[in-house]
Design a protein around this ligand. Structure first.
Ligand code: GCU
Length: 418
């Protein structure tokens, strides 16, 4: 026990140290040339949708797949879901609630994870936001009927989580991050899953969805195979199998905050069934340009979270300029579907400017489809969203998800569901 506490203390101290030693000085951002999204790796200009989809999009996707997030090794043997619980009377009669178990099977091994869904009653087929939560479905709402996760959760004294087990004490502790009533009142539903049920967020590859795919004797994914972000994206994509089968659900906007905002982007890039993507404060390895080395860097993220990316990504530690891609190209993979990137003013670790510039440099691909992206390199003022097919805002405050963010996501998403 003591040794684990010591490891945890060392880990968080080194993370704090990394954050305090990071570069936050704009004048120290290295000079760099971004790889152009519309010029192929072999130097050919891309001028239309066909060339983009058949050549350029494919090569960028493959690069991210093998060299950044890591490939999903194989297909599942079986997929199933089961409705565990349902009510017509959630949120004072405003909403329907469903709790679904999703089971994935491979090599005779299974993993089950749980999706909580609220749907507005007035709308027979509602668009939904699909997003992972950090501590269990029971933390996003005070609703006493939501099942408490039995999976490993990170300890958190303030939430009463000890021994990596969630209990009643953490019910509703994250309601402020999920504006559920606002969603319902605007005709949207919410589908949410605890990310640790797909892959517990620790540097241990013996558990989670990875382990289903191992051959005899294998203990971790191969060099260019999936890290945790890719596994979480895979879980979202399999959740989409259920969502598209539910007659009460129309479009699905995949959403995520921070590390889960990175996973949402990768899910949106790899699965075109997501009608739109919203990535909140996703930072390094998410929306932020790696070459800026502002706030968190590739070397720092790979050191603090060695399980998030494919091992092949390690060769870009302190070596960003040799990356044939940058994160604006991840965003471009989502085109022409709606994409919203958001930053927070005090969240320097995630590099708000790098998150914004990514949206600008991805926009030429949206242009190929006649869709409006971000047209100026000038960052918008704080609390002044730009909402085109590519949208961006920076709000006041810290690294978090606030009502302000949801109000804007809902308003913007509404323009694509009418
Ligand atoms: C750390 C990490 C970030 C990540 C964040 C989060 O700060 O360095 O990359 O986005 O955790 O998920 O909250």
């Amino acid at each position: 026990m003591r040794i684990y506490i010591l490891i945890a203390i060392l880990f968080f101290t080194s993370l704090g140290l990394a954050q305090s030693q990071a570069n936050y000085d704009e004048s120290k951002v290295p000079k760099f040339t971004l790889p152009d999204v519309l010029t192929s790796f072999s130097g050919n200009p891309i001028t239309n949708q066909t060339e983009w989809e058949e050549n350029r999009r494919r090569e960028i996707l493959q690069f991210f797949e093998k060299q950044v997030y890591g490939k999903v090794p194989d297909r599942l043997d079986e997929y199933g879901f089961k409705l565990l619980e349902e009510s017509n009377d959630a949120y004072g009669g405003k909403a329907r609630r469903k709790q679904i178990a999703i089971t994935l099977k491979k090599n005779k091994k299974t993993i089950t994870y749980y999706m909580l869904i609220y749907l507005p009653k007035g709308n027979p087929t509602a668009p939904v936001f699909l997003g992972y939560n950090f501590y269990g479905n029971h933390t996003v709402t005070a609703d006493p009927n939501v099942a408490i996760t039995k999976a490993w959760v990170k300890n958190n004294e303030a939430f009463g989580i000890t021994d990596n087990k969630a209990s009643e004490s953490s019910r509703g502790i994250r309601t402020h991050r999920w504006a559920i009533e606002k969603m319902l009142d605007n005709g949207f539903g919410l589908a949410t899953i605890y990310y640790g049920e797909i892959d517990p967020d620790k540097n241990d590859f013996s558990d989670g969805v990875h382990s289903l795919f191992y051959r005899d004797g294998q203990t971790k994914p191969k060099t260019n195979e999936w890290g945790s972000i890719s596994a979480w994206a895979f879980g979202l994509s399999k959740a989409m199998n259920y969502l598209e089968s539910d007659v009460n659900i129309s479009k699905v906007f995949v959403f995520g905050h921070s590390r889960l905002g990175k996973a949402a982007l990768w899910a949106g890039a790899t699965d075109k069934r997501f009608a739109g993507v919203i990535s909140n404060n996703s930072g390094c390895g998410g929306a932020a340009l790696s070459r800026r080395q502002f706030g968190e860097t590739v070397a720092q993220i790979n050191t603090s979270f060695p399980h998030w990316f494919a091992d092949s990504f390690l060769k870009y530690d302190n070596n960003e300029r040799t990356l044939p891609v940058d994160q604006h190209q991840l965003l471009a993979l989502i085109a022409p579907r709606p994409l919203y990137i958001a930053s927070a003013e005090e969240d320097k670790w995630a590099d708000p400017k790098g998150e914004f510039l990514s949206t600008y440099y991805a926009s030429s691909v949206y242009g190929l489809y006649g869709r409006k992206g971000i047209t100026s390199k000038e960052m918008p003022k704080t609390n002044a969203p730009i909402q085109n097919t590519v949208a961006y805002h920076i709000r006041t405050g810290i690294h978090d998800v606030m009502d302000y963010d949801w109000e804007n996501y809902i308003k913007w998403a509404n323009t694509f569901v009418k």
